[in-house]
Design a protein around this ligand. Structure first.
Ligand SMILES: Cc1cc2nc3c(=O)[nH]c(=O)nc-3n(C[C@H](O)[C@H](O)[C@H](O)COP(=O)(O)O)c2cc1C
Length: 214
């Protein structure tokens, strides 16, 4: 393998964003592109090399409408609380995320592809087991989103439909021994939307050797 181009790699890592408003709702997505992204995601690590992942790619119009309805109902309480918390706050990063997330609720049924990553297992009260299960799908999820971004496909990792996980499982025939990790809307997008954003400064989140005392 040749030496990776660091500038390109770093740009991919620094600019892969949650895309909602700029998802192209009219342009169909070639499933071969989605398959490429899933195939790359299968290179991600899994605990004990279990590879218990399953990827449900939903294109059927009625099923997407059903998922969008579940997402809307599953997110209602969260959005009501957010609206209260952000009352009067218009310009902050969080207020923008909230408004963009609400937009997604309204258009989710029109996003051409919904991807539901699943993993074999259910939650338990054991931290090791839970970390192993989540850790055996979320790295793959992020790989999927990075691969999509490299193909100018917009994605956003969402979890709000999981408030009604059983309803989605029933709609799509997902067996109870598999846990859904989220719902990723996928659509073409304008590459100019991929930009770095401001985050917490490194010094405030990275400690060396010992946890700081104050
Ligand atoms: C665990 C997790 C759950 C999320 N759930 C949702 C969701 O249900 N709906 C949504 O619109 N965005 C969701 N997001 C996206 C976040 O809002 C987004 O990552 C965050 O605002 C930062 O924006 P960025 O990804 O563009 O940097 C989720 C992200 C994570 C990591």
């Amino acid at each position: 393998m040749s030496q990776l181009d660091l500038a390109v790699t770093d740009e991919l890592l620094a600019t892969t964003r949650s895309i909602r408003r700029k998802l192209d709702l009219e342009r169909p997505v070639d499933l071969a592109l989605v398959d490429q992204c899933i195939e790359l995601s299968l290179q991600a690590p899994t605990g004990s090399n279990a590879q218990g992942w399953r990827w449900l790619v939903v294109t059927d119009e009625k099923l997407r409408a059903g998922l969008a309805d579940i997402y809307r109902r599953g997110s209602a309480t969260y959005f009501a609380k957010q609206a209260e918390a952000l009352a009067g706050d218009k310009g902050s990063q969080n207020a923008k995320v909230y408004s963009s997330a609400q937009y997604l609720v309204d258009v989710l049924h029109r996003v051409p592809v919904h991807v539901i990553p699943c993993v074999r297992g259910r939650l338990s009260d054991n931290a090791f087991a839970n970390a192993s299960m989540y850790g055996s799908i979320l790295p793959a999820v992020w790989s999927f989103m990075l691969a999509a971004r490299a193909r100018n496909l917009g994605t956003v990792f969402t979890t709000l439909h999981l408030n009604l996980e059983a309803e989605a499982a029933e709609l799509l025939g997902i067996p109870p021994k598999f846990l859904q990790m989220g719902l990723i809307p996928v659509a073409h997008t304008d590459p100019s939307v991929f930009r770095p954003v401001s985050r917490q400064p490194l010094d405030t989140v990275r400690f060396v050797d010992r946890w700081p005392t104050d």
